[in-house]
Write a protein that binds this ligand. Structure first.
Ligand code: ZN
Length: 162
């Protein structure tokens, strides 16, 4: 059961003390993500090993609390995982925020299920999902994405949440 207070506690904790915040010297993948509706702007850098494991990942940028907490938790959760595992989590996170996956279903999201609450706040879905879009772009060597771009591969499934 996800309580509102747990959600608030996690968001506050990750805002006060964001994990993996900063730059990454040896990055071999990176992408920038924009969410013009809120003004969120993120830069994600990854060091992907030869056997496709996310050895290190960092994020930087200006964003609202939900976006920052989502980015912080995302980096902590995908670090050390394979690219394929990270892509599974990207899909699961997106499905959860749009109501296609329930926290009680089988998934690999762990405490990231606290973000299930954004479902009820349509304008916040894009804030929560921006870091995941940007991670997907970086893993696929796409350098810039926007939640409002027509060619954003995730745009269609999210729809006009606003
Ligand atoms: Zn935002």
């Amino acid at each position: 059961m996800i309580t509102k207070s747990l959600y608030q506690e996690v968001i506050l904790d990750h805002n006060r003390n964001p994990r993996n915040y900063g730059s990454l010297d040896n990055a071999n993948r990176s992408a920038e993500g924009h969410n013009p509706l809120c003004g969120d702007h993120l830069n994600i850098k990854i060091n992907l090993s030869e056997n496709l494991i996310i050895d290190s990942i960092t994020f930087q940028g200006e964003s609202c609390a939900i976006c920052k907490a989502s980015a912080s938790m995302m980096t902590a959760n995908v670090k050390g995982k394979t690219q394929a595992d990270a892509e599974t989590m990207i899909k699961e996170f997106r499905d959860m925020t749009v109501g296609k996956l329930e926290p009680d279903d089988d998934h690999h999201l762990g405490r990231l299920t606290v973000f299930v609450g954004v479902r009820d706040l349509p304008t916040r879905v894009k804030c929560a999902i921006l870091p995941w879009h940007t991670l997907q772009a970086a893993l696929n060597s796409v350098t810039t994405i926007s939640t409002e771009a027509d060619d954003d591969p995730m745009h269609v499934s999210i729809g006009n949440a606003s």
